[in-house]
Design a protein around this ligand. Structure first.
Ligand code: PEP
Length: 255
């Protein structure tokens, strides 16, 4: 059985006081028997958040990492540093990193490898733009993004990794993929991995991300290949995020 995972991506938001309050509210609201919960805090606040969630079931995640482990890379943060601060997960290839900071498929694959080298579980994001969807290129784009990662890394490295399908047109726009659209692409991702290794595909957690909210989470999470959610804006509100976690907990009982 795939344990559902709900990850909050706080992006570049908050203050030390606000993120620690948010982490505390989420940690104390998480119920036993629910999904795994990961909070991807801004890097500078990882230590503060780690202290707040210590002893709870909530895990720490980062939003990005360097492809290098150490050295003269001014301003970068390495996987070993994230581990040192208590992170277990790291988002890799978020569309904002690809679009705003020019991260290529090749660099995303290198970052995935860097995460695996130090024992971080990557949450690798894939997804098409609206123009690509309208051109009928969704599967080709997702295949290219994922295969670049798979080809550089061994498929065995996907054992503890997570894939997040995040259609770019649904991120931060309030426009959510329909459950059927999410399921179609996520089934495609699983089939792609299964064509190389059925066992790894069966165990792979595939999240949906893109304007997930309390009022649409249950329908998305009811889909066979939607194993959880990567949540942006709604993760900044503890009550709303916990309602999404509750929707994922219902999935634990269904399966
Ligand atoms: C994200 O940034 O990964 C995301 C899914 O954002 P939002 O939920 O705000 O669309």
């Amino acid at each position: 059985m795939r344990i559902p995972l709900v990850a909050g991506n706080w992006k570049m938001n908050g203050t030390r006081a606000s993120v620690t309050a948010l982490a505390g509210a989420i940690a104390s609201g998480c119920k036993a028997g629910g999904p795994q919960v990961v909070l991807c805090a801004p890097a500078i606040y990882l230590g503060a958040v780690a202290e707040v969630i210590a002893g709870s079931s909530v895990m720490l995640g980062a939003q990005n990492l360097s492809d290098q482990d150490a050295g003269a890379y001014t301003g970068e943060i390495s996987g070993p540093m994230l581990r040192d601060m208590g992170a277990r997960y790291v988002i890799v290839g978020h569309s904002e990193r690809r679009r705003i900071y020019g991260e290529t498929d090749a660099l995303v694959a290198e970052k995935f490898e860097a995460a695996r080298r130090c024992g971080l579980a990557p949450i690798v994001c894939v997804g098409e733009t609206l123009a690509e969807r309208e051109a009928g290129a969704t599967q080709a784009v997702v295949r290219r993004q994922l295969e670049t990662v798979i080809n550089l890394n061994k498929l065995a490295e996907f054992e503890d990794a997570v894939v997040a399908y995040e259609p770019v047109w649904a991120i931060g726009t309030g426009r959510t993929a329909t459950p059927a659209q999410a399921q179609e692409v996520q089934a495609f991702v699983r089939a792609l991995v299964a064509s190389r290794d059925r066992r790894i595909a069966d165990g792979l957690r595939i999240l949906y991300g893109g304007s997930v909210r309390a009022d649409n989470a249950a329908a998305l999470l009811a889909q066979a290949d939607v194993d959880g959610a990567l949540v942006g804006s709604a993760s900044l509100d503890a009550g709303e995020f916990l309602m999404i976690c509750a929707a994922a907990a219902a999935r634990v009982k269904i399966k």
